[in-house]
Ligand binder design. Structure first.
Ligand SMILES: Nc1ncnc2c1ncn2[C@@H]1O[C@H](COP(=O)(O)OP(=O)(O)O)[C@@H](O)[C@H]1O
Ligand SMILES: [Mg+2]
Length: 286
């Protein structure tokens, strides 16, 4: 079942000279993890903002094409042009790059409950969801903490918890680990995998860490200049090392090494992870 259909989407911000998205079309299936990579300024964040309707409902401009979100629980289809953002946010949750910018309550639990109170849910339902998200995101025990006192990884997990509490079936994350130290990155990427694999949440992940995207995503889009220039499974994208390098996308070390070995005829196809590279080099047939 398709949960996101983007068709012929173009967008130009108000007063901008150029379009930031140009004739973008793709689909996302229920339960999939879609990775999006591309150089800075290629339109990744703009695309994220179109998926929960912030563009064109709150940020206006020239908008062409359609973004259709299907709620797998009800089967209802929503065109983002016609659906208010608060309604869409119960189907598509959006997590931004910078955790501090999304946190504004005095305690962890108030931060999570905030959106739920706005939904008008009753107290028992709020408590049920609060307990669940604290558990999944590993924030149990920190309910009364002041969010700015948390580590970067905890703050980003809290931002994810607040989005999860709305029980969206799709989560869109825009470079959620870019402000984090290596421990925080690991915590957040681990949580995203868990949500996708164990909880069946559909994930759209814009991520600077190409190695993570190639390792975990089911499918990858590569953007440049507001367009999708490549789309495929991680193994297919890995074949395009030269194109990715040309765009200035940082390749994972295993791919960089594979690329050099292939040029020398020492490897037949790229290795997506260091483990795969080592095990293939250890065997006579590569
Ligand atoms: N609010 C805005 N107003 C005008 N132009 C913008 C705005 N936000 C982004 N852009 C432009 O849109 C293009 C794509 O930006 P963005 O979606 O942020 O790319 P990415 O996330 O891939 O770095 C860039 O040329 C950027 O300058
Ligand atoms: Mg961006």
């Amino acid at each position: 079942m398709k949960v996101i259909s983007v068709e012929g989407l173009s967008f130009r911000y108000r007063r901008a000279k150029d379009y930031s998205l140009r004739d973008v079309s793709f689909e996302v299936k229920k339960g999939e993890m879609l990775g999006i990579i591309g150089p800075s300024g290629s339109g990744k964040s703009t695309l994220c903002l179109t998926l929960n309707g912030i563009i064109p409902n709150s940020i206006k401009g020239d908008f062409e094409g359609d973004v259709i979100i299907r709620d797998p629980r009800t089967g209802e289809e929503h065109s983002t042009r016609e659906t208010p953002v608060p309604h869409l946010s119960t189907v598509v949750g959006l997590v931004l790059q910078n955790p501090e910018s999304q946190l504004f309550n005095m305690t962890v639990e108030e931060e999570i409950a905030f959106g739920l109170e706005n939904l008008g849910l009753d107290r028992n339902e709020i408590l049920r969801r609060l307990r669940w998200v604290l558990e999944v995101t590993g924030l149990k025990g920190l309910e009364k903490e002041f969010p700015p006192n948390l580590s970067g990884g905890q703050q980003q997990r809290l931002a994810i918890a607040a989005v999860l509490a709305m029980e969206p079936s799709i989560i869109v994350l825009d470079e959620p680990t870019s402000q984090l130290d290596p421990v925080g990155k690991k915590e957040v990427l681990g949580l995203i995998s868990l949500l996708n694999r164990e909880h069946g949440i559909t994930v759209v992940l814009v991520e600077h860490h190409t190695d993570y995207v190639l390792r975990y995503a089911d499918r990858v889009l590569v953007m440049d200049g507001g367009r999708i220039i490549l789309e495929g499974r991680p193994e297919e994208i890995a074949e395009e090392a030269e194109t990715l390098k040309g765009l200035g996308v940082k390749l994972p070390a295993s791919l960089e090494v594979s690329h050099e070995l292939r040029k020398r005829g020492l490897l037949d196809r790229p290795a997506l992870t260091p483990e795969e590279l080592l095990s293939r080099l250890a065997r006579p047939s590569r």
